[in-house]
Write a protein that binds this ligand. Structure first.
Ligand SMILES: NC(=O)c1ccc[n+]([C@@H]2O[C@H](COP(=O)([O-])OP(=O)(O)OC[C@H]3O[C@@H](n4cnc5c(N)ncnc54)[C@H](O)[C@@H]3O)[C@@H](O)[C@H]2O)c1
Length: 280
């Protein structure tokens, strides 16, 4: 049981995150410069969380400050998740400001184009793993102890449908499978310390970078829609809603899961094997 929660009975009532939010504790978001990360930041601010928004793209952080017009709950920082030194510096700055950390959302990730496994360049694969897997793991190592010190918290890793059904993205898919495994390992290790760890596994989501891939012919929107239960792609705000839920006390008994937010792609993608039989 989480000691700090047990003293005020909030563990049993599941009110730990609400109490931390009311006390001004923050959620750290990586990859907050655009797409899913930006939607997550905006949703969490609306939920009443203080947010430490980070991205390796410093200009995107300045743009976010402008977009949110100096929102009192928002603090931005340029941070590259492939640099443990920069992650530790962000932690030190949060401590120096007296900001308690109650949440972490690991969004930062590098997408990949389809290509042959046998031609995959090792350095290119390492860059993807350094961000998608080790970046999330290093942030977890840095910020989870701060949550424990604050009586608990919640972590959400953004994986992908590739975690659950690998597609021919030969470094990206394994990095997301591993991040899903890390989610369950960390849930097991941190549960007794009051920290829940879950993942959201987005389907094909209409972020600017994904729209570019559609427009340049690197993904096929028609094929995706045809093989998705809801017949459409996913909105960034729909991913943010799932993150908001998993961070909140509404999910107080949920840890170690990967929640697909994919408009039903995982349910129906394989139906194509029945070809024209389905139409009968
Ligand atoms: N868009 C999709 O269809 C989709 C589907 C499944 C999963 N995802 C995952 O969602 C996450 C966000 O994807 P997106 O589509 O919004 O992409 P995006 O490129 O718009 O956002 C990624 C953000 O991460 C930042 N980033 C990249 N490397 C970084 C690093 N080393 N340190 C800190 N920040 C870094 C980028 O600057 C960018 O702001 C990724 O983890 C991606 O794998 C996306």
């Amino acid at each position: 049981m989480n000691d700090s929660d047990s003293t005020d009975g909030s563990s049993a009532s599941g009110a730990g995150q609400s109490r931390r939010k009311a006390g001004g504790a923050c959620v750290v978001v990586t990859g907050a410069g655009g797409g899913i990360g930006l939607a997550v930041v905006q949703r969490l601010l609306r939920d009443g969380w203080a947010v430490l928004a980070t991205d390796r793209d410093a200009a995107a952080m300045t743009a976010l400050e402008t977009l949110e017009q100096g929102h009192a709950g928002l603090w931005t920082l340029a941070m590259d998740v492939s640099s443990r030194a920069q992650i530790d510096e962000a932690g030190r700055q949060a401590d120096a400001r007296g900001v308690a950390v109650a949440g972490l959302v690991n969004v930062a990730g590098i997408l990949q184009d389809v290509g042959p496994l046998l031609a995959m360049d090792l350095e290119a694969q390492r860059r993807i793993w350094d961000v998608n897997y080790f970046g999330a793991e290093q942030c977890l190592q840095a910020f989870a102890p701060r949550m424990v010190a604050n009586g608990g918290g919640a972590i959400v890793n953004i994986t992908s449908i590739n975690e659950l059904q690998p597609l021919p993205l030969h470094a990206y898919a394994p990095s997301k499978v591993a991040l899903g495994a890390l989610t369950r390992l960390a849930a097991g290790e941190l549960g007794a310390k009051g920290v829940r760890v879950n993942a959201v596994a987005p389907g094909f989501t209409l972020t600017p970078i994904f729209k570019e891939k559609l427009e340049s012919g690197k993904r096929d929107a028609g094929a995706i829609e045809a093989h998705t239960a809801l017949g459409r792609l996913v909105g960034t705000e729909e991913i943010a809603a799932a993150v908001s839920f998993l961070l909140s006390d509404e999910a107080s008994a949920i840890t170690g899961v990967s929640l697909p937010v994919d408009a039903g792609w995982l349910s129906t993608a394989h139906w194509m094997n029945f070809g024209t039989l389905l139409a009968q």
